[in-house]
Design a protein around this ligand. Structure first.
Ligand SMILES: NC(=O)c1ccc[n+]([C@@H]2O[C@H](COP(=O)([O-])OP(=O)(O)OC[C@H]3O[C@@H](n4cnc5c(N)ncnc54)[C@H](OP(=O)(O)O)[C@@H]3O)[C@@H](O)[C@H]2O)c1
Length: 429
């Protein structure tokens, strides 16, 4: 074993960074044996230096992250600050000064992944980010390496623990969205401002990263269709149950049936209770992968939290350190297929539509005609009438989102349709 240590600069020492430092210290001997050289924490950059940080030598703490990455003797920079800047500049500077980078930063990777990969390649360095998607769950490396000989067609994931906790609560207790969100906040599963989670921004960043790796093509954050889950109601769950389904916020990355394009989207969807993702409870994450040769695979585990996320960061750190000792780099960006990313209109799926209609003869025929005129074929219709008003629940066969959109627009114009109460996509069948 080499005795000269590999030097690690830790940028950020919060929820994740403090656990990275703890494991680096407590597992130092095992890490050294697995890597083939000791790893030394050479510096820790934070915003508030006076804060007490258990187990961290105060002499290592600095507020000058740039100076730390510019030292010239750093082998690996671990970026767990988060956000776009200064994380982006620090990572770029790290490459320029000869270091490889491990990051947990989904927002940055989704926005600037291509440029950062190019910078890593220019400097013969590694850029690893297993922790950026679904915390502890090994996903990036399985997609990038273990499935490198297969053809992935679909990735369907619950990649945000906060929203899964809220939806699971609504499902299991009949609570409304606000009540479930309040409980998630009280238990520390939701942040004071939950927008990034409940509006699907966090999941969209992860979808962009997953789609890019799964399909060997560049998928930018702007390419991902996004719909949050704040409009999901207790009555949507009741409708889902009647269909033998539950509701999950899903990140869905798909290759088109003709293989000529891909799509990436995040939205709430009904999935059958028999689908493995339906049994993912609480704040857990899971990603279901469908590929040509392997068939169906499911990756499951804690998608957040200090120690679970640090597990993924440490796995990357070991890999990057091994590469460094071997004078090599791991796989970089693979975007050779350069497939076009289609918009939401081209997505083909099934729909559950709930309409408030007048309870009088001929309404059903009128509604059915609108569906037929837009080429959307109906699978089932259920009607419940009360005091001259009725609700009509239509479940369609597979149709494009554009066709469904046209159907709904035309339905809204019918005098007999009082309103479109909800539209929910049905996935995982
Ligand atoms: N938390 C999770 O469960 C989780 C899961 C998966 C991925 N991630 C990702 O991991 C990253 C870190 O998340 P986190 O939850 O650990 O965040 P956090 O608890 O807010 O910690 C951020 C750390 O960065 C430091 N920092 C902030 N601005 C800085 C600057 N300009 N220069 C130097 N240091 C700075 C902070 O210093 P102070 O300590 O002085 O404030 C803090 O130590 C993010 O990219 C996040 O998306 C987190």
């Amino acid at each position: 074993m080499r005795t000269r240590p590999l030097k690690v600069a830790l940028l950020g020492c919060g929820v994740v960074g403090s656990e990275v430092a703890r494991i680096m210290t407590t597992h130092a001997e095992d890490l050294a044996a697995r890597i083939g050289a000791p790893v030394e924490l050479a510096g820790v950059a934070v915003r508030r230096p006076s804060r007490v940080r258990e187990g961290i030598d105060p002499a290592l703490v600095t507020t000058d992250a740039t100076a730390l990455v510019k030292r010239g003797d750093i082998d690996v920079v671990v970026e767990v600050i988060g956000g776009i800047e200064p994380a982006r500049s620090l990572i770029t500077t790290a490459f320029e000064h000869g270091a490889s980078v491990v990051s947990a930063n989904k927002a940055l990777l989704a926005q600037d992944g291509a440029a950062l990969h190019a910078a890593a390649e220019d400097h013969d360095a590694d850029l690893y980010y297993e922790a950026a998607v679904a915390g502890a769950i090994p996903l990036i490396r399985p997609l990038r390496e273990s499935l490198a000989g297969d053809k992935v067609n679909r990735v369907l994931g619950i990649v945000n623990g906060t929203t899964n906790f809220i939806l699971d609560k609504m499902d299991s207790t009949g609570a409304g969205y606000q009540e479930a969100l309040d409980e998630a906040t009280a238990l520390g599963y939701a942040e004071a401002d939950p927008t990034a989670d409940v509006e699907g921004f966090d999941a969209a960043a992860k979808a962009a990263i997953l789609a890019g790796i799964a399909f060997h093509t560049r998928v930018r954050l702007d390419d991902v269709y996004r719909e949050g889950m704040t409009e999901v109601t207790a009555s949507d769950f009741a409708s889902a149950r009647e269909m033998g389904c539950t509701i999950k916020l899903l990140a869905i990355c798909e290759r088109a049936e003709d293989g000529a394009s891909v799509t990436a989207r995040v939205h709430p969807a009904m999935i059958p209770l028999t689908h493995p993702l339906a049994s993912v409870r609480g704040a857990y994450n899971a990603v279901f992968v469908e590929s040509d040769a392997a068939g169906q695979l499911m990756f499951y585990g804690p998608g957040a939290g200090g120690a679970p996320t640090a597990s993924a960061v440490l796995g990357d750190l070991v890999a990057v350190c091994r590469n460094r000792l071997n004078g090599a780099t791991g796989p970089g960006e693979s975007a050779y297929t350069a497939l076009p990313v289609s918009g939401m209109g081209e997505v083909v799926t099934r729909y559950h539509i709930s309409l408030d209609v007048a309870d009088k003869p001929g309404v059903l025929a009128q509604v059915a005609t609108v569906f037929a005129e837009h080429g959307v074929s109906i699978d089932t219709v259920r009607q419940q009438g009360k005091d001259g008003e009725a609700s009509l629940v239509v479940v369609t066969h597979r149709a494009s989102d554009a066709a469904l959109g046209g159907t709904v627009e035309a339905l809204r114009k019918l005098d007999t349709v009082r309103g479109v109460a909800s539209i929910m996509r049905v996935e995982g069948e």
